[in-house]
Ligand binder design. Structure first.
Ligand SMILES: NC(=O)c1ccc[n+]([C@@H]2O[C@H](COP(=O)([O-])OP(=O)(O)OC[C@H]3O[C@@H](n4cnc5c(N)ncnc54)[C@H](O)[C@@H]3O)[C@@H](O)[C@H]2O)c1
Ligand SMILES: [Zn+2]
Length: 366
């Protein structure tokens, strides 16, 4: 088991990463002062609840906790105000008070939604993140919680830090392969933006990671979280540095939007986006072409796509989607670009022609 500590101005919390941690959940809750006189509400989804929810409920009840579970349909479409309202109702029905605690058991969707319920219920109660996807090593750390609106993703939300993150890598065994691979894109992102040694380590260990070797997975998640923690502790509310976590996301979000959030998973879209950002860096900053090549090779080693279907998703639509992205200010394109592996920066005022040229090189038929 590995432990990381997040230290912010107003709070400190642990991240535990290990194999078989779920069976010891009551012990870890006890360590952060969540003892059986506090009511608990597990929030999960229809895919994860049958796999791990009942087991957790039974072990908590056995330790004397009063605990209930509320379940939402699996998938991004549950991250909305309707489910938020349903869950607030469940918390009221079960009689949660200001001392009660929400446990978010699932991927990023459940984490963001349950975290937002915790942020709003009675003006904020504590919550614990129990991530069960690889992508959620990213989403469970840092306190960004929220839901989508029909007109935009993640536009309703709050900053609400968890009391603890408990990451049991054994849960990844039941994750569909495409979701697992998608999660590696965010792990790789953490290396590319901050930690060149980690990138090398990922290159060396790709086969064992894809085979889910527990000790390697623990190390990968630990190092990915370490990067996120380092960035979030310097800039909790994204007034500057935290924006670099969006590396690959400008093109990635545009691809997700124009493909109706169906064709590409989030990880696939940002994998393509990171190659696009590297190509754009070569044009705008004069970054060495080897960065593009290394980025592509690493993503390919993890079976991630590095090109997009330009026939289906024309450049003009992608550019329009980028303009709508909340990160575009005053009609100016801003990108996180790379100088070298492990070092990135936000660059504003990028000319549309440069982006078009980078997108053309990213096309499958190029
Ligand atoms: N808050 C943040 O900082 C932040 C950062 C990145 C992403 N996000 C958000 O995270 C969300 C995506 O998260 P995700 O990729 O984890 O998606 P997800 O939560 O929808 O999980 C993907 C699918 O896998 C299933 N699943 C989860 N764990 C499983 C397991 N162990 N075994 C079998 N099936 C399992 C889920 O039911 C779902 O169908 C997006 O909404 C995104 O906006 C938030
Ligand atoms: Zn992301």
């Amino acid at each position: 088991m590995r432990k990381l500590t997040v230290s912010l101005d107003h709070c400190t919390y642990p991240i535990y990463i290990g194999a078989g941690l779920l069976s010891q959940l009551p012990v870890y809750l006890d360590e952060v002062g969540i003892v059986p006189d506090r009511k608990l509400m597990v929030i999960s989804d229809t895919q994860v609840a049958p796999l791990y929810g009942e087991r957790i409920l039974a072990s908590l009840k056995q330790q004397g906790y009063q605990v209930d579970m509320a379940v939402v349909p699996a998938g991004e479409s549950s991250k909305n105000l309707q489910q938020f309202e349903y869950l607030i109702g469940e918390c009221l029905r079960f009689g949660l008070d200001r001392q009660s605690v929400i446990l978010a058991l699932g991927g990023g969707v459940v984490g963001d939604l349950a975290g937002f319920v915790a942020a709003a219920y009675m003006r904020g109660i504590p919550f614990v993140q129990i991530p069960t996807t690889l992508l959620a090593h990213d989403s469970s750390v840092g306190g960004k919680v929220g839901v989508n609106h029909a007109l935009g993703k993640n536009v309703i939300g709050a900053f609400h830090q968890p009391a603890m993150v408990l990451y049991d890598v054994d849960t990844l065994k039941t994750l569909p392969t495409r979701e697992l691979i998608s999660g590696f894109a965010e792990v790789i992102k953490h290396g590319l933006i901050w930690d060149a040694d980690f990138v090398q380590w990922l290159e060396k260990n790709s086969a064992e990671l894809l085979a889910l070797r527990p000790e390697k997975m623990i190390e990968a998640i630990y190092r990915g979280c370490e990067v996120k923690v380092a960035i979030v502790s310097q800039d909790e509310r994204e007034s500057g540095l935290r924006a670099i976590l969006n590396y690959g996301h400008t093109i990635g979000h545009a691809l997700e939007a124009v493909s109706g959030y169906i064709h590409y998973t989030h990880g696939e879209a940002i994998a393509i986006g990171m190659v696009g950002a590297a190509r754009l860096s070569a044009k705008v900053l004069g970054t060495d072409e080897s960065v593009v090549r290394k980025t592509k090779e690493l993503l390919e080693a993890f079976q991630l796509p590095t090109q997009y279907d330009g026939e289906r998703f024309p450049e003009d639509r992608l550019l329009l989607a980028m303009k709508r992205d909340k990160k575009v200010r005053n009609d100016e394109y801003a990108f996180v670009l790379t100088r070298k592996i492990g070092q990135v920066e936000v660059v504003r005022g990028i000319a549309e022609e440069e982006i078009r040229a980078a997108l053309q090189e990213l096309r499958k038929d190029c």
